[in-house]
Design a protein around this ligand. Structure first.
Ligand code: SF4
Length: 335
């Protein structure tokens, strides 16, 4: 029996805009196994959040999946009707958003918001759902859970709200948890606590986790595997050790150089020059070439092939062309 939980193949997500159709996610493929954390990393606007919203079926009204498949428990989520998707969402797949204030309802008590998914998806009575809600708040480390059940969102701190969001998202024991920048708005101590909670619950419940982040510090803390996205494309993917110790793509190297190292405080941090292009900007060849210090004429004209570095590690960059005849590397696909 396979441990694979989610398999995304050749996903293309497109938006209808005043300037016509623009692709926000461009032909990406990846998978997530049970008890595995995949971190999707990149700057704001690189397509990482649109990828997770595509999986959840929560794209804005002008967005749609143009092609590709999202297989989860032998079903293709990309082809599911809205009603079928609602049964999966919040039940088998849950999502934690960056800003709990926009995801939690300010006029309903925490207790109501915790009981709701349990009553809808698990068909529990009000009493059973209330008891389970208290257990969930305890599980995410919230003190005085009985009291919290009666409170409203504005009565809780930022870290507490994020814990409530996690409790709600775990209410129905999802197989897959998608966390979109869940700690960005929190201070570092609370951030570490929230990452610990997600990590522990993943191990206890055997969930797969997709963590969307721009923070390589979070990646180092929590990832098993890492997928780097740039301008809607996957540019590098590998196990966390290989990505940190042997990064191949100039963009990944740039991201790592912009992270402070506590062991080497004297080393100056480097910023990646330039900015991410707009999603409607057509760029020939490699989409990173206007910012890449190694760009050649070929990079400006031809889309790079994807190369396998080891079993887990792949990179899409012409720099690997030089290593084509080296036994360590092989081309795995052409575009
Ligand atoms: Fe840089 Fe060329 Fe590699 Fe793109 S293909 S990342 S431009 S070296």
């Amino acid at each position: 029996m396979t441990d694979e939980l989610l398999s995304v193949k050749h996903l293309v997500t497109t938006f209808r805009t005043a300037d016509g159709h623009v692709q926000a996610v461009r032909d990406i493929s990846f998978s997530v196994k049970k008890r595995e954390t995949l971190c999707i990393v990149g700057e704001s606007g690189c397509g990482k959040s649109i990828t997770s919203l595509s999986i959840m079926g929560l794209l804005p009204s002008n967005g749609f999946i143009e092609s590709g498949s999202i297989e989860f428990e032998q079903q293709d989520l990309a082809k599911m009707k809205k009603q079928q998707l609602q049964k999966v969402r919040g039940n088998k797949i849950s999502m934690i958003f960056q800003e709990p204030m926009t995801a939690l309802n300010p006029v309903l008590t925490i207790g109501y918001q915790l009981r709701e998914p349990l009553r809808i998806h698990q068909k529990l009575s009000k009493k059973e759902a209330h008891k389970k809600g208290i257990e969930l708040l305890k599980q995410v480390g919230i003190p005085y859970p009985e009291k919290r059940m009666k409170q409203y969102v504005h009565e809780l701190s930022g870290g507490m709200r994020q814990r409530v969001m996690i409790a709600i998202s775990l209410a129905c024991h999802p197989s897959l948890l998608i966390a979109d920048e869940p700690t960005t708005a929190l201070d570092v101590t609370i951030q570490a606590q929230i990452l610990d909670i997600i990590q522990n619950l993943k191990d206890q419940l055997g969930m797969g986790v997709i963590m969307v982040t721009h923070d390589m510090g979070v990646v180092a803390e929590i990832a098993d595997r890492v997928m780097i996205m740039y301008a809607g494309e996957k540019v590098e993917e590998g196990d966390v050790q290989s990505i940190f110790e042997n990064p191949q793509h100039p963009y990944t190297i740039g991201l790592l150089k912009s992270v402070p190292d506590v062991d080497k405080p004297s080393i100056l941090l480097e910023a990646i020059p330039g900015t991410l292009p707009n999603i409607n900007e057509e760029i020939s060849g490699c989409r990173f070439h206007p910012r890449c210090p190694f760009a050649t004429e070929r990079c400006k004209q031809e889309i790079p092939e994807e190369y396998q570095i080891n079993n887990q590690h792949k990179v899409k960059c012409w720099l690997r062309e030089d290593a084509k005849n080296d036994s360590d590397f092989q081309v795995i696909s052409t575009t």
